[in-house]
Design a protein. Structure first.
Length: 143
């Protein structure tokens, strides 16, 4: 469950940076490999921050590693962060948005992901999403 303010007894194990890569009305969603946690579920490019890494640098690195797309830091807008509480652990989730001039060529890391789709936020809500991705989509797009 996501929270806009830090819940009582929140103990973040890590931080994640994500990016809604947008072209016109669509954003890029990637499908996790079967054997990964939440396998066969869709989400935006995202990953854990490395030790000492800023959310912006982590987002740029993760997008490049997962999709082959390079985002310039001046093309990314920080949307904000939420506090995520799963039964097993807590973590901080940073969200960025980046507008692309065209639908870039997507080169997936086959160890992590097996497919991608460009979809509108409303269409994305119909996909089997990783936990709480629906709430993040609604937050980012004002549903």
């Amino acid at each position: 469950m996501i929270h806009l303010t830090e819940p009582i007894n929140f103990k973040s194990k890590f931080e994640v940076a994500s990016c809604f890569l947008e072209h016109e009305e669509d954003a890029l969603y990637i499908l996790r490999q079967d054997k990964k946690p939440y396998g066969n579920h869709w989400g935006v490019p995202a990953g854990k921050l490395d030790n000492g890494e800023s959310p912006l640098v982590a987002m740029i690195r993760e997008v490049r590693e997962e999709t082959g797309i390079f985002i310039h830091d001046n093309n990314a807008d920080y949307f904000g962060m939420v506090f995520v509480r799963y039964p097993e652990f807590d973590f901080i989730y940073h969200m960025f948005r980046a507008s692309l001039d065209k639908k870039e060529k997507v080169t997936l890391n086959p160890i992590e992901h097996k497919d991608f789709i460009w979809a509108s936020p409303k269409d994305a809500l119909l996909l089997p999403l990783i936990p709480d991705e629906d709430a993040c989509i609604k937050l980012v797009y004002g549903f």
